[in-house]
Design a protein around this ligand. Structure first.
Ligand SMILES: [Zn+2]
Length: 181
């Protein structure tokens, strides 16, 4: 009794297989008919390769904006949660060039550092020395303030002591208010 289901499956498989084989044979015969096609085969993959848009992680020149004019950026929060946002292509290219992001594909980059990691990276890079006065510092300051279009990128961020950061922030605020009038 146990043999019959197996035998049935075998017969089913054997009956099902021949039509498939016949179809394949038919296709092969048609495709293989012109000898010129077979000869051209090695050339075709070589021509296709450049169209595959292979990207290098550090090559910002590979980036192309989406139809909406943005680059997709993804990353992780300090808690490890994934986030996603669309950014200006110029910012995306800057982040890649400054090694703060890597290219995933033509339209997408991935930010390497979470906010906490970024902060630590800047402070370690600057040896916890204030960019402005040379004393100990553990805050991050934007050289070109965010209010003026400065972004949180490695080149635009420096270590600053509390005092310098605060006085600079106050000055920027004054300038900001002044320019608004
Ligand atoms: Zn300082």
């Amino acid at each position: 009794a146990a043999q019959s289901p197996g035998a049935a499956a075998e017969t089913a498989a054997s009956t099902a297989a021949p039509p498939k084989k016949r179809r394949r044979r038919g296709k092969r015969k048609k495709a293989g008919a012109p000898a010129s096609v077979a000869a051209a085969e090695p050339i075709v993959p070589a021509e296709v390769k450049p169209k595959s848009h292979k990207t290098a992680p550090g090559d910002a020149s590979m980036l192309r904006p989406t139809r909406a004019g943005f680059i997709r950026m993804r990353g992780k929060t300090d808690n490890g949660r994934r986030w996603y946002q669309e950014v200006d292509p110029e910012l995306a290219m800057t982040l890649v060039r400054e090694h703060a992001a890597v290219v995933i594909n033509r339209h997408t980059i991935r930010r390497i550092y979470s906010n906490k990691e970024f902060r630590r990276m800047i402070l370690t890079r600057d040896n916890y020395i204030c960019h402005f006065c040379g004393k100990y510092g553990d805050t991050i300051d934007h050289l070109l303030p965010r209010a003026k279009g400065g972004h949180t990128t490695p080149v635009n961020c420096v270590c600053a002591c509390n005092e310098c950061n605060q006085s600079k922030a106050d000055r920027d605020l004054e300038e900001f208010i002044g320019s608004a009038e």
